[in-house]
Design a protein. Structure first.
Length: 254
């Protein structure tokens, strides 16, 4: 008998909501897994920097080339630094970082927890009187929340720098002049909300990947399925969250 897809989706969201509540309840109860949190912060944050920096750099170069072509056509070449800085910092770096991390970290968390589930390591942790949601899920979710804004700053820095490099190769401009023109008329409210909205992305990635990993059934096939669905669902939810957060930021910081 085939299952109803609508009921399956509703069941998934119901189980996901219960999982979130259980993780939150476990996370605020002592003792706190500080050592595991720092280990996950290193794994999720520090080891993602090269990939995020590369993605940010590529974004800056592409924007510089495309924006120059478009602005020259309309006689607005002087706006090139501002166009690069605003596009990179306000939107491109946050969403690119979210998607890159959802691919690398989402798959890693989903596969790691799924492997622990199918080999009964999670059951062994629970038998040892340690809440696996606190040790395994809460630490990874919190590490994602903390790491995403920092990774976004790294991507923004690389994007702006490589945007300047791409621009100056075509038409030389000093870095100081490029930065001054790029940030002219901009305030903290233009850059801080887009950067810190990635905390929501981190929460989504950590929660979805942890949930998919800890509900895995079966053997190696289940591990592969958990990794795949973690990436797909977290990327999808990050994109949907970006659409909503852009609207919220525009309303709160006009």
């Amino acid at each position: 008998m085939k299952s109803n897809p609508i009921l399956a989706i509703l069941e998934w969201f119901g189980e996901f909501g219960i999982f979130i509540w259980q993780v939150l309840r476990a996370a605020v109860a002592p003792p706190f897994q500080v050592a595991e949190f720092w280990r996950q912060l290193d794994e999720i944050g520090a080891r993602s920097i090269p990939l995020v920096a590369l993605a940010g750099s590529a974004t800056g170069v592409v924007l510089a080339l495309e924006a120059r072509y478009s602005l020259v056509r309309f006689g607005a070449k002087s706006l090139l630094p501002s166009a690069i800085v605003f596009a990179v910092v306000t939107e491109m770096s946050p969403i690119i970082t979210g998607l890159v991390v959802s691919g690398r970290v989402g798959a890693g968390i989903g596969a790691e927890l799924a492997a622990m589930k199918v080999t009964e390591q999670i059951d062994a942790i629970e038998v040892s009187a340690v809440d696996p949601r606190k040790l395994l899920a809460a630490t990874r979710i919190l590490a994602c929340i903390v790491a995403l804004p920092l990774l976004t700053l790294a991507a923004s820095f690389c994007g702006v720098m490589m945007g300047w490099v791409a621009s100056t190769l075509v038409e030389p401009i000093s870095l100081v002049r490029f930065i001054n023109a790029g940030f002219k008329g901009a305030g903290f409210k233009d850059f801080l909300p887009p950067t810190f909205k990635t905390c929501v992305y981190g929460m989504i990635i950590g929660m979805v990947a942890s949930f998919q990993g800890m509900r895995t059934k079966g053997g190696a096939e289940g591990v592969g399925s958990a990794a795949t669905t973690s990436v797909v669902l977290s990327s999808l939810f990050v994109i949907l969250a970006d659409v909503l957060l852009v609207k919220v930021i525009l309303l709160l910081f006009p």
